[in-house]
Ligand binder design. Structure first.
Ligand code: F6P
Length: 381
């Protein structure tokens, strides 16, 4: 029987793109590690880059005081440094990709780190899996505003992002009404429509376009016409960055080869506006304006829900370390904390697929979509 490892010193890092609630997790890890288990804690700076460069800070009760409500991460983060395929430049100035993971493992040994908590999205957790395969005692915590991580029903950052979307739609209503305009709000979410769907319902959007339900421009126009004919001379459309037309594909803003999520979505709002204008302008004369909410969704003051959720994720990850449950990721199912093997949930970044079936996307026939349809919201189908 394997002996239980005695834990004295743990480390954590945040990787990928930021979201609200990360500092709540860091605070919970540090408080729980120190107060409940008497562990020492260090935090690597800038995600995997800090692990590679041995750039870390000691974390104690003082330096996590006052961070609970703040968006972002005091440890900083990056979505570029994959230590298993790390970008370096050789003597001749040529870019060479190398596996530098052993340098990171050596750093962990030198610092006497007994376990490492890795907070991140699909790309970051894929490396977490690879470190676990090489014998590092890893615990993963999923993070994303997109809420698309398989096996867990909710990720921190999502609800705060929804608040931003709801408030933006509220603000767009008054200006849309004043000018009899069609207002399009483009929101994030990659290939999952959760943000547009729940944010759109909360912000009283008239049309919600999500990746899971391809849209027909004439159907979108019909909602605008129907509303106009009923006397509602403005229409609010909430479109997910991953939405696509029935006869087309997603709108790609850029390709970033250094990022594990190399395809950067964006621009669907403008494409939609151009197409819609051709159909509606000659009939109603309405102007269309586009707002891209962008990175505001990832920042600001962390809301009540995400502060509590981040605390639950953080505290549970330290309990997992104490129980020696390594190579696993914290999840929530039916509002209960649990864990799954990281192997089962990673790998959805490029393909949307994981060994357990793929990113968690919206069910086009589920309760949420049905409730929205019941109150007259249309999906462009
Ligand atoms: O996955 C979170 C997310 O904010 C997506 O909603 C968005 O498509 C992407 O990250 C943007 O990534 P980046 O920070 O690399 O621009």
């Amino acid at each position: 029987m394997k002996m239980k490892k005695e834990i004295k010193r743990i480390a954590l890092l945040t990787g990928g793109g930021d979201c609200s609630g990360l500092n709540a997790v860091i605070r919970a890890v540090v408080k729980s590690a120190i107060l409940k288990y008497n562990y020492e804690v260090i935090g690597f700076m800038g995600g995997y880059h800090g692990l590679y460069m041995n750039d870390y800070i000691k974390l104690d009760l003082k330096n996590v005081a006052g961070i609970f409500h703040q968006g972002g991460t005091i440890l900083k983060m990056s979505n570029k440094d994959n230590l298993f395929n790390f970008k370096t430049v050789d003597d001749k100035g040529k870019v060479v990709y190398k596996d530098v993971s052993d340098v990171a493992i050596e750093n962990l040994k030198k610092l006497n780190i007994d376990a490492l908590i890795i907070i991140g999205g699909d790309g970051t957790l894929t490396s977490a899996r690879d470190f676990a395969r090489k014998g590092v005692n890893v615990v993963g915590i999923p993070k994303t505003i997109d809420n698309d991580v398989p096996a867990t029903e909710i990720t921190f950052g999502y609800r705060t992002a929804l608040d931003h979307i709801m408030l933006s739609l509220d603000a767009l209503h008054t200006t849309a009404y004043s000018h009899d305009r069609v207002m399009i709000l483009e929101v994030m979410g990659r290939n999952a429509g959760w943000l547009a769907l729940e944010g759109g319902i909360a912000g009283s959007a008239d049309v919600i376009l999500i990746p899971e339900i391809p849209y027909d421009i004439n159907s979108v126009a019909k909602t605008v016409f129907d509303r106009y004919n009923r006397g509602s001379k403005f229409t609010i459309i909430c479109v997910s960055e991953g939405a696509k037309p029935v006869d087309g594909d997603v709108t790609i803003k850029a390709i970033d080869k250094d990022s594990p999520d190399s395809i950067k979505l964006g621009g669907v709002g403008d494409i939609l506006a151009a197409k819609l204008e051709k159909v509606i302008k000659p009939v109603t004369g309405q102007d269309i304006r586009v707002t891209t909410l962008g990175y505001i969704q990832r920042g600001g003051v962390t809301n009540t829900f995400d502060r509590v959720l981040g605390t639950k994720y953080g505290a549970y990850s330290v309990d997992m370390i104490a129980r020696n449950e390594f190579g696993r990721m914290v999840i929530i199912q039916n509002d209960r904390m649990d864990s799954v093997r990281i192997e089962e949930v990673v790998g959805s970044g490029k393909t949307g697929q994981t060994s357990s079936g793929g990113a968690r996307i919206v069910n086009p026939h589920g309760d949420l979509v049905n409730a929205a349809r019941d109150i007259g919201i249309t999906f462009g189908d």
